[in-house]
Design a protein around this ligand. Structure first.
Ligand code: FES
Length: 152
């Protein structure tokens, strides 16, 4: 019980790094079911991106039955939109509009819609269907396993 109370004064950075490291190791251990080790050579300089990607990794976002065919569902907390353009075909995109970074709020009429200035994006590939946005919504990786959808 006396081991670590001297270093309490500046815990933020160290604590965060340690936590991310532990999560990364846990994720690596869980994901290590196959002998294909091709993903282990990532450069270490990309911390922000890797950390963000790992945040929601492995958490179930939804059941496949929650995602309407020809539509989709927005998961604001996870920062992701999951769509099902055709039965059994699931796609995922960031929920942040590429125009001025408003979160999108609706999926209607085959498009993912931003309330701020009216941009619309395809549920199939995130491409712009209605300006002012000029860039597509970036795709996100999901895993569909049985009836469960998780962030990859
Ligand atoms: S921020 Fe989405 S349309 Fe402008």
């Amino acid at each position: 019980m006396t081991a670590s109370h001297e270093s309490v004064s500046a815990p933020t950075r160290r604590t965060v790094v340690a936590a991310v490291g532990a999560a990364g190791i846990a994720a690596a251990l869980t994901a290590c079911g196959s002998s294909d080790d091709s993903s282990s050579s990532e450069p270490a300089g990309n911390g922000a991106k890797a950390g963000a990607a790992k945040d929601g990794a492995g958490k179930e976002l939804a059941k496949t039955a929650d995602i309407p065919v020809g539509g989709g569902k927005i998961f604001g907390d996870a920062g992701v939109v999951v769509t099902q353009p055709k039965k059994g075909e699931f796609k995922a995109f960031t929920n942040i509009c590429t125009h001025k970074q408003c979160p999108v709020t609706a999926i209607e009429g085959g498009t993912i819609n931003c309330p701020c200035h009216g941009s619309k994006f395809s549920i199939e590939d995130g491409s712009v269907k209605h300006p002012p946005a000029a860039q597509p919504l970036a795709a996100k990786e999901i895993t569909v396993s049985g009836d469960s959808i998780t962030l990859a």
